[in-house]
Design a protein. Structure first.
Length: 363
């Protein structure tokens, strides 16, 4: 968003309750024009409720929502400027691809020639020109989702809402279609909000990610910031994969001690914390560096391989770091074989101090 430019969408202190359940608790955020923002979180965190509040499908109990400077809080869904794609596609089974896309193009603003031109444009845009006369039952899941996307964009909405649009598709189609959606969004410049529980999906396509938990926003940031600089233990544990354990600050220089066996690790994030502070530590698998015993640096420590899992591009090793801690390490298969990193093998591990995530723990 340009400096001084007003945000396109503003959500101010929005709350929503279903009976005694507080689904949204004072949520506030802004979205810039043309931005792609994903709402990410576990089931029941409020991400879908927030999307539906923006659409007017589940109006907020309190707070305000503004779109392009207009207060839309109390407006009916039909009076708001958005297109929406649902997880279930919600296509009309008795209408063709072209008829589904054209369904909302009615009234004096859409005379027949303009409507036909718009449908043809969208069919080409989503790559369904050869299927324009087919019915939904004759299409694959990915093709049906493209129809739903084209229909949502037909009225040239200012805001595109995507409610877990890819969750019903298989992995390969999901990956391909999410890339198509991002390319299409950038080409059209339409402000987009997507709800997803898939972390890779959110990190891969978004300008910013809104991580939610218990009806509140846990963190908003660029994908890299969310992953590398989580704001709290929930985000650190939910986004990505981590080994986690409790430790205590042994020295103000950032040295941590974990467990009664005196195991230590250095962490830049712990610098300046008072000695004796109880902390929660998170270590990503890709940040664990492995060598043969005796070949590591000053900060290395002995580990034993407990489990070996081949995942294609990487091998994921489960490591015992003493009797009380378990870490994971990701490394290329060739590197794992070169180290002899099979179950039972003794290795040395090291974690760069700047990569160790540390948060003060509740007593």
């Amino acid at each position: 968003m340009a400096s001084g430019a007003a945000p396109y969408l503003v959500v101010e202190e929005v709350s929503k309750a279903f009976g005694t359940v507080m689904a949204l608790d004072g949520v506030s955020l802004t979205v810039a024009a043309g931005e792609f923002v994903s709402f990410l979180g576990p089931s029941g965190c409020g991400k879908t409720t927030l999307l539906r509040a923006i659409a007017g499908l589940d109006p907020a109990n309190s707070g305000r929502i503004l779109q392009a400077g207009r207060d839309i809080t109390a407006l009916a869904p039909a009076a708001r400027d958005f297109g929406i794609v649902f997880q279930s596609y919600a296509l009309f089974p008795n209408l063709t691809v072209a008829e589904n896309i054209a369904y909302g193009l009615r009234g004096p603003a859409w005379p027949k020639p303009r409507r036909a031109s718009r449908v043809a444009e969208l069919v080409e845009l989503v790559g369904l020109t050869e299927h324009v006369r087919k019915f939904p039952a004759q299409l694959s899941g990915g093709q049906q989702q493209r129809v739903a996307l084209a229909r949502a964009l037909a009225n040239e909405p200012g805001l595109l809402l995507l409610d877990e649009p890819l969750s019903a598709l298989d992995a390969i189609v999901r990956l391909h279609l999410r890339q198509e959606i991002r390319t299409l969004q950038q080409r059209l410049g339409v402000t987009t909000i997507m709800v997803t529980h898939d972390q890779e999906e959110a990190l891969g396509v978004s300008d910013r990610v809104v991580v939610m938990n218990h009806g509140r926003i846990a963190q908003i940031g660029r994908p890299e910031d969310i992953y590398r600089r989580p704001a709290n233990p929930f985000v650190a544990g939910f986004v990505g994969r981590s080994a986690t354990f409790i430790a205590w600050v042994e020295a103000a220089e950032g040295l941590l001690q974990a467990g009664q066996d005196g195991w230590r690790i250095a962490a830049d994030a712990a610098r300046g914390m008072p000695r004796g502070t109880r902390v929660e530590v998170f270590i990503r698998p890709e940040d664990v560096r492995l060598t043969r015993p005796g070949e590591g640096g000053a900060g290395s420590f002995p580990v034993t391989v407990r489990h070996w899992e081949f995942l294609g591009p990487v091998c994921r090793l489960t490591l015992a770091a003493g009797p009380q801690r378990q870490l994971e390490a990701d490394l290329p298969p060739d590197a794992a074989h070169a180290l002899g990193a099979m179950p039972g093998a003794a290795l040395a591990a090291e974690v760069p101090p700047e990569r160790v995530l540390v948060f003060a723990a509740d007593a």
